[in-house]
Design a protein around this ligand. Sequence first.
Ligand code: SMG
Ligand code: MG
Length: 368
Amino acid sequence: MKILEYELRRIYLPLVRPFRTSFTTQTDREVLLIKVTTEDGIVGWSECVAMSAPLYSPEYISGCLETMREFLIPALNKAGDIQAENVASHLKPFLGAQMAKAALETALLDAQLKASGISLATYLGANKTRVPCGVSVGIAPSIEALVDEVTSYVEAGYKRIKLKIEPGWDVEPVRRIRELFPDKPLQVDANQAYSRSDSKLLKRLDEFDLLLIEQPLDEHDILGHAQLAKVMSTPVCLDESIISLSSAQDALELKATSIINIKPGRVGGYLESVKIHDYCVARSTPVWCGGMLETGIGRAANLALAALPGFTLPGDTSASSRFFKQDITTPFEMVDGYIEVPNGIGIGVVPDIEFMESITRSVETITY
Ligand code: SMG
Ligand code: MG
């Protein structure tokens, strides 16, 4: 497959409500979309999960654009006739840049699968046609506001609730939600907001029968997570720290994590995600699919991944309406707490070009 054109497009979508985490409050989602066109005129789409600023991860949209334009796309072009399966090895000389690399690999994979007439779900090895949905709930202005928001998600049918926490917003909000919904699968995500000296405080969360606590400490603090996991009965689950199969293997071996949040963008793509999944299945480690406030483009691909057999916990695979009033694809809707896995060829969705154009801030095209 030869790619003749790469289109890099920045769009902005307003969020239906502000999304507050320990590191930022988001009121809109800027997204970098990738479109590739092959020499046969087949088009592949993907979205880069980086945020506007390097707050969740070191990567950010302008940086990804630069990396793609200056290094990654020229390297792929130089490689000539390429397969999605070889993208990672062509890009290996460039360090880091998992999100930028993942986006390029996914766009090529979409085009390649469209050419061969198979869906991403089938290609990755999915064994489900629908996946259970979890929802991620931001830090609220008050406990009452949190109760209202969580209640609306429970009533909508979400199968699992994830509460964002930070120092000063942890034990009490979690206690309140647990009291209201004693049987609801519940987990928390700190996005690195605590330090090793907080272990006593974090241990207080053990009484709430949580599925897991996600990334309590700094992304580089593997030892700290291992020490914390020893004293907490709540399983520790790493998110930001896991950037590849080998980092997952190390963290599991060191007992810094006992569950893995697989986010394809963070680990360099869907192919690396499947490797992590397979490794975890072989050692009976549960995995679940994380989310990055994706539009329908990224959401479609995440649903395909979440349909693999080892994804035994509900993921952050919520309905499009959780974040967006209008999505750039046909919205993903939740029925009885599940979303259907797309079964069209490739990622199975295409953007509504007119709407996408209307929310575009810039487009650049690299033609060969
Ligand atoms: O897409 O449902 C979603 C968002 C899930 O909480 C979510 N993602 O750390 O897991 C995480 C965060 C990262 C993005 S927060 C701006
Ligand atoms: Mg997280």
